[in-house]
Design a protein around this ligand. Structure first.
Ligand code: CUA
Length: 336
């Protein structure tokens, strides 16, 4: 087969390369992108990325130019002195200067010194298998627990205290900042300051077990007043069931062992193993970001926990049957 570089092949190659580039770049947009920063820390990471990208592109161009020079120039035409300078300059001096500059610049962006500043808000997040336990402290000193959802006021700093009592997880909200590991026996801290409102996605960035990939969460950045209103509401006990189906759901919840693992403040359910469900119906997603928030999602989740999240501690409760699952879903989705 003839593989010469014809004009047609060149056009096909360019088209393919363009399609690949636009596909890869489109994956960089959206609610989980480091290239669309929505926070101060993410902005400095994006800046560092573009400087490194520019530096890398420049070095690549110089290397290609050097390779072309070697191919084009006949051995007899080369001047040894010039070649030696090319090796010393391009092989030692230039990379040393570029790498030193990038190192100094990268170190200057490191956030350590800023952790000592007083943050506007403290949020504790613990990595569980495989979900996120989230705690806020209200201005009255009360601790409010929820799961798999973080809300933050815009233009305010939030200090995250990150822990784990099982394996190593890594807490990452790409739109807001870098990732920090959650290591058993330690509390790692991270400061984030969102600069625009919106809903962003977070994920676990350290392989932590079977359902690592299903360990997701949503982050909603809100105006200060809306945030305070939300936190005050989250601190309140659960609302009592509003319909007959929901009352039946509460009865089923209490009589089938759900309360052993879950807390619903305002009821007798005070289990600590699984997520706090006091306001589960108000969350943006269910089962650590894997299902949309809807009554049907509660049914699917309770019915097939381990199909949706392999290795989950919560066993599937298919044994309850359709009617009981519907009643449970009516109660839980009403917990707004
Ligand atoms: Cu937790 Cu990966």
């Amino acid at each position: 087969m003839d593989w010469t570089w014809t004009a047609k092949r060149r056009r096909q190659f360019c088209r393919g390369a363009l399609a690949t580039c636009s596909l890869t770049m489109s994956a960089c947009a959206g609610s989980q992108s480091i290239l669309e920063p929505a926070g101060m820390q993410a902005a400095s990471i994006a800046k560092l990325f573009w400087w490194m990208f520019g530096g890398g592109a420049l070095v690549w161009i110089l290397v290609v130019a050097a390779a072309l020079y070697v191919i084009k120039v006949q051995p007899g035409e080369r001047q040894v002195r010039k070649d030696q300078w090319l090796i010393v300059g391009g092989g030692i001096l230039f990379p040393a200067a570029v790498l030193s500059a990038l190192l100094v610049y990268g170190l200057s962006l490191m956030p350590h010194s800023r952790l000592n500043e007083q943050a506007d808000l403290n949020v504790n997040v613990a990595g569980e298998q495989w979900w996120w336990r989230v705690q806020y402290e209200t201005t009255e000193g009360e601790v409010v627990e929820l799961a798999n959802e973080i809300r933050l006021p815009v233009d305010k700093s939030a200090l995250f205290n990150l822990t784990s009592d099982n394996v190593i997880h890594s807490f990452w909200i790409p739109s807001l900042g870098g990732k920090v590991d959650m290591i058993p026996g330690r509390t790692n801290q991270m400061l984030l300051e969102p600069t625009r409102t919106g809903i962003f996605s977070g994920a676990c960035a350290e392989y932590c077990g079977t359902s690592h990939t299903f360990m997701r969460f949503r982050v909603q950045v809100m105006k200060q007043q809306a945030f305070e209103h939300w936190l005050t509401h989250q601190a309140q006990p659960a609302r009592p069931p509003a319909t007959a189906a929901a009352s039946e759901g509460l009865r089923i919840f209490m009589s089938n062992g759900c309360a052993t693992c879950h807390t619903i403040r305002g009821t007798d359910a005070s289990g600590r193993l699984g997520p706090d469900l006091t306001h589960v119906g108000s969350r943006l997603s269910l089962a650590a970001g894997t299902l949309p928030m809807a009554p049907a999602s509660f049914v699917s989740w309770i019915d097939h926990t381990r199909n949706i999240k392999p290795g989950a501690d919560m066993p599937p409760f298919a044994v309850l049957g359709e009617d009981k699952l519907d009643a449970l879903a009516a109660y839980l989705s009403g917990l707004e």
